[in-house]
Design a protein around this ligand. Structure first.
Ligand SMILES: [Ca+2]
Length: 348
């Protein structure tokens, strides 16, 4: 994707965004819970003040039938003078005056989530193909300075590898003991991290020697792994991406991944590209691109048909994203795929 494409992606994601404000569990004076749904389109990212008091009518109607319109100036959605960034989540307090039948004031904390209602759609073009070990059950993939680093899975076939991109030749490899099913990997400076699927342990290696330096525990399954320059980002097959401290592997935050209001589950191999998290979605031909702040899917890449049908019989699913930042090259492959592809994105 060229820089213009990236800008188009980001700007498009914002332009199409909408704000859903949910005031939940709004306490009335009678002590009953009055949930109120507030929806309003996002005009742009500049927000000005609006009154903090709104009328809700009719009071007795179900939530979905009584949306509380949030007035906004032409500049965007305003809530009590807060300035909302389209990529942030905010906790705000709303004071709502409800009439009729009974005048009451209720206060609640609301979360403002900016929702990309229409993720951009991309198809692909194959730029180049490279050989890939058809015995490699790819679970982690990263491009670093001319080499591919790859983590493979399956008990008895799990490994960490350094692979020559052009030839697909494995130039360095360390195998995991039979009991471990290898998962995502990430190279950070002179270290390599490797997850395991269900053993709740990550391995830390010296990048050059592949010597095992340390081990870390974590409570979830291990699927994909990448790095944003500060935190490790880890998937576990759910819709959550965990932020982890590279030094201690301690959890330091979470990203709940959604497309609109819908959670996106089965997030697998990851790659951090241009401030977005790209994620394979297990059992699909899709890669989703996730805003790391809001967790919103801002684009979807459809890679259906990438692996020729004659190669599909012996192959497993699409999995593995690597990025050559210096040359803006995107590489993708799959588990037991004989080919690694350099692709370019084509807006649909
Ligand atoms: Ca990757």
């Amino acid at each position: 994707m060229d820089s213009q494409g990236r800008n188009r992606l980001i700007i498009g994601g914002l332009t199409l965004a909408a704000v859903i404000l949910v005031i939940s569990l709004l306490m009335t004076q009678q002590g009953a819970w009055l949930p109120v749904m507030v929806e309003s389109p996002l005009v742009n990212d500049s927000v000005t003040a609006t009154p903090a008091q709104q009328e809700v009518s009719p009071l007795a109607a179900p939530v979905s039938d009584s949306p509380l319109a949030v007035p906004h100036t032409g500049a965007g959605v305003g809530i009590a003078g807060l300035s909302l960034s389209p990529t942030d989540t905010h906790a705000i307090t709303a004071v709502v005056e409800v009439t009729p039948p009974v005048a009451m004031t209720a206060t609640s904390t609301v979360t403002v989530t900016l929702v990309a209602t229409q993720p951009l759609r991309y198809d692909y073009e194959v730029i180049e193909t490279y050989p890939h070990d058809p015995e490699a059950f790819t679970q982690g993939l990263q491009y670093v300075e001319g080499d591919l680093y790859e983590g493979t899975g399956l008990n008895g076939a799990s490994s960490l590898r350094r692979v020559d991109l052009e030839t697909g030749k494995v130039e360095q490899q360390v195998d995991l003991p039979q009991e471990y099913f290898g998962e995502g990997i990430v190279v950070v400076a002179d270290r390599i991290y490797q997850l395991t699927w269900q053993s709740n342990v990550a391995f830390l290696y010296d990048r050059e020697s592949f010597e095992l330096l340390d081990e870390f525990d974590y409570p979830t399954e291990g699927w994909g792994l990448t790095y944003d320059g500060r935190d490790l980002l880890m998937s576990d097959g759910s819709a959550t991406i965990y932020r982890r401290d590279p030094e201690t592997f301690a959890e330091v935050g979470r990203i709940e991944v959604r497309d609109g209001a819908e959670a996106v589950h089965r997030l697998n191999e990851l790659e951090y590209i241009d401030n977005l998290i790209w994620a394979n979605v297990w059992l699909t031909d899709e890669i989703v691109m996730i805003d790391p702040v809001s967790g919103q899917v801002v684009a979807r890449l459809d890679l259906a048909g990438l692996l020729p049908s004659e190669a599909q019989a012996d192959a497993d699913v699409l999995n593995g994203i690597a990025y050559d930042e210096a040359n803006d090259r995107i590489f993708v492959t799959g588990k037991l795929w004989p080919t690694l592809f350099e692709i370019e994105l084509i807006p649909r």
